[in-house]
Design a protein around this ligand. Structure first.
Ligand code: SF4
Ligand code: SF4
Length: 440
C-alpha cells in the first residue's frame, strides 16, 4: 500500500443557482490579465448545453483523456512519441477562440450617447477585448442558458397557458441545471502524460496538478490531452495555465476562492487518502461502467488503524490524517454514497465529484408539502424525475443508470426524513433503512 493524500472537492448540484459568483471571484484572483481574457479556471455551465469550450466532451474530436489498448494498457490519446514529435511541427487539436468565446466589453464611456435601442434605452455596442473593434457576439459560455431542453417548444409560442395540452406536456419536460467546473486535479492526469516538456506535475503532498511555467514550452499538447479542457493557453506569455486549487490559500488553511464565495454554499473541500499503487489498474478496468466502483476502490478508509499506520510511514503529518478523517468528501463519496465523478470514462480519475440534482419530480408533486419524496412512488418511477436519469448517467457513470438511481433514492430519502422533522411530524426511521442507511 502506497498512501498518498489528495485535495478534493464535492459539489451539490441541487444548490447551484448559476449566479457565477465563483467564476467572477476566481477570475479576479487568477486570470484578470491580458493573454487570458477568454479563460475561466472556474466556469458554470448550463445543462443541457454545449459546455465551455463548446462540445469539449466530444473526445473523438478533441482527442483528450486516455484510451485502453487491446492489451489492457492505457495510453493518452494526445500522447505517444509520434504525436508528441508531430506537435513540434503542427499544432495539436485545439478549440478555437470561437469555441471558448470571443471576450468582449462595452463602450461604457459612450454609453449615454449611444444610439437608442427599442424606444428609450441607449445601446452600447460590444467591443472585442482582443481587437478593440466592434464585435457581434454569436456565442459564449452560457449561450444555452435560457433554452434548456424546451428550446424547440419555446421557439414556437412562449405563452405557456395558450399552448395545447400536448405541447404543454412537452414543455413541462424541459429542464435546466448548472454544472460548475474547475480542473479535476485527477489522480491519473492525461494533461501531464501529454506534455512533451514534462512541465506538468502533481504535487506529492496534496495531489494538486500544476504547470511549471519555467519548463513549459507552449506545445499545447496538454490543452488537447485534458478531456475536461481545463488547461488554457496564454497567448501573451506562450505558456499553459490552469486552476491551481488556490494552493497558496490552501497552504495557510484557507478554502479556495470559489468555495469561499459560493452563494449556494455547495462546495465541500476535503482531504482524501488513496493507494497510489492501485490507481493504474483501476483506471484501466475494461468495462467503462466499472470505473465508478474502480475509482472508489483506490480510496483508503482514514479511520482504519492499518491505513493510519501506513500514512504515518509515508510521512503524512498527523494533522493531515485527522483532516482526512473529518473530510466531508469521504462521507459523501464512501459513507453516504451520494457523490459521483464527472465522466469517469475519460479514465483520468477526477477528484472533483458531484451530488447530482434530485430536481422536482414531475408526476409526484403532492398537496402535502412533500414534493418529490414519496419513496414508494419514486422507487417505481424514476422516469418521472424532471431531469432524466439517463442524462445524469451520461455525465456521471459512463451511461450506467444504476448508481445514479441509487444516489437519487438516497437523496429523496434524506429529504423526506428531514422534511418530516421540519414540518414537526414524527421521525420515520424506516426511510433510512429503505435505502440501507440505518444507523448513519
Ligand atoms: Fe489535468 Fe486538470 Fe485536465 Fe485532469 S482536469 S487532465 S488534472 S488539467
Ligand atoms: Fe453555483 Fe455557487 Fe458558483 Fe453561484 S457561486 S454559480 S451557487 S457554484
Amino acid at each position: 500500500m502506497r498512501v498518498m493524500a489528495q485535495m478534493s472537492m464535492v459539489m451539490n448540484l441541487d444548490k447551484c443557482i448559476g449566479c457565477h459568483t465563483c467564476s467572477v471571484t476566481c477570475k479576479q484572483a487568477w486570470t484578470n490579465r491580458s493573454g487570458v481574457e477568454y479563460v475561466w479556471f472556474n466556469n458554470v455551465e448550463s445543462r443541457p448545453g454545449q459546455g465551455y469550450p463548446r462540445t469539449y466532451e466530444d473526445q473523438d474530436r478533441w482527442q483528450g483523456g486516455w484510451t485502453r489498448t487491446r492489451s489492457g494498457r492505457l495510453k493518452p490519446r494526445a500522447g505517444g512519441r509520434i504525436k508528441k514529435l508531430l506537435s513540434i511541427f503542427a499544432n495539436p487539436k485545439l478549440p478555437a477562440m470561437q469555441d471558448y468565446y470571443e471576450p468582449w466589453t462595452y463602450d461604457y464611456e459612450h454609453l449615454l450617447t449611444a444610439p437608442a435601442g427599442g424606444t428609450d434605452t441607449p445601446v452600447a455596442r460590444p467591443k472585442s477585448l482582443l481587437t478593440g473593434e466592434d464585435t457581434k457576439v454569436t456565442w459564449s459560455a452560457n449561450w444555452d442558458d435560457s433554452l434548456a431542453g424546451g428550446n424547440e417548444i419555446a421557439a414556437g409560442d412562449p405563452v405557456l397557458r395558450q399552448l395545447s395540452d400536448q405541447v404543454r406536456q412537452e414543455y413541462e419536460k424541459a429542464f435546466l441545471f448548472f454544472l460548475p467546473r474547475i480542473c479535476e486535479h485527477c489522480l491519473n492526469p492525461s494533461c501531464a502524460a501529454s506534455c512533451p516538456s514534462g512541465a506538468i506535475y502533481k504535487r506529492a503532498e496534496d495531489g494538486i496538478v500544476l504547470v511549471d511555467q519555467d519548463r513549459c514550452r507552449g506545445w499545447r499538447m496538454c490543452v488537447t490531452g485534458c478531456p475536461y479542457k481545463k488547461i488554457y493557453f496564454n497567448h501573451r506569455t506562450g505558456k499553459a495555465e490552469k486552476c491551481t486549487f488556490c494552493f497558496p490559500r490552501i497552504e495557510i488553511g484557507q478554502p479556495t476562492i470559489c468555495s469561499e464565495t459560493c452563494v449556494g454554499r455547495l462546495r465541500y473541500l476535503g482531504l482524501m487518502l488513496y493507494d497510489a499503487d492501485r490507481v493504474g489498474a483501476a483506471a484501466a478496468v475494461k468495462d467503462e461502467h466499472d470505473l465508478y466502483d474502480a475509482q472508489r476502490s483506490v480510496f483508503l478508509d482514514p479511520h482504519d488503524p492499518e491505513v493510519v499506520a501506513a500514512a504515518r510511514a509515508a510521512d503524512i503529518p498527523d494533522d493531515w490524517i485527522t483532516a482526512a478523517q473529518r473530510s466531508p468528501i469521504w462521507d459523501l463519496i464512501m459513507k453516504y454514497e451520494v457523490a459521483l465523478p464527472l465522466h469517469p470514462e475519460y479514465r483520468t480519475m477526477p477528484m472533483v465529484w458531484y451530488i447530482p440534482p434530485l430536481s422536482p419530480v414531475v408526476d409526484i408533486l403532492r398537496d402535502t408539502g412533500h414534493d418529490g419524496e414519496d419513496l414508494n412512488n419514486l422507487f417505481g418511477a424514476v422516469d418521472a424525475l424532471r431531469i432524466p436519469v439517463d442524462y445524469l448517467a451520461g455525465l456521471f457513470t459512463a451511461g450506467d443508470p444504476g448508481p445514479v438511481t441509487g444516489v437519487l433514492q438516497r437523496l429523496a430519502a434524506m429529504r423526506a426524513y428531514q422534511r418530516r422533522i421540519n414540518l414537526g411530524e414524527e421521525r420515520d426511521e424506516s426511510l433510512a433503512s429503505t435505502v440501507g442507511m440505518t444507523g448513519q
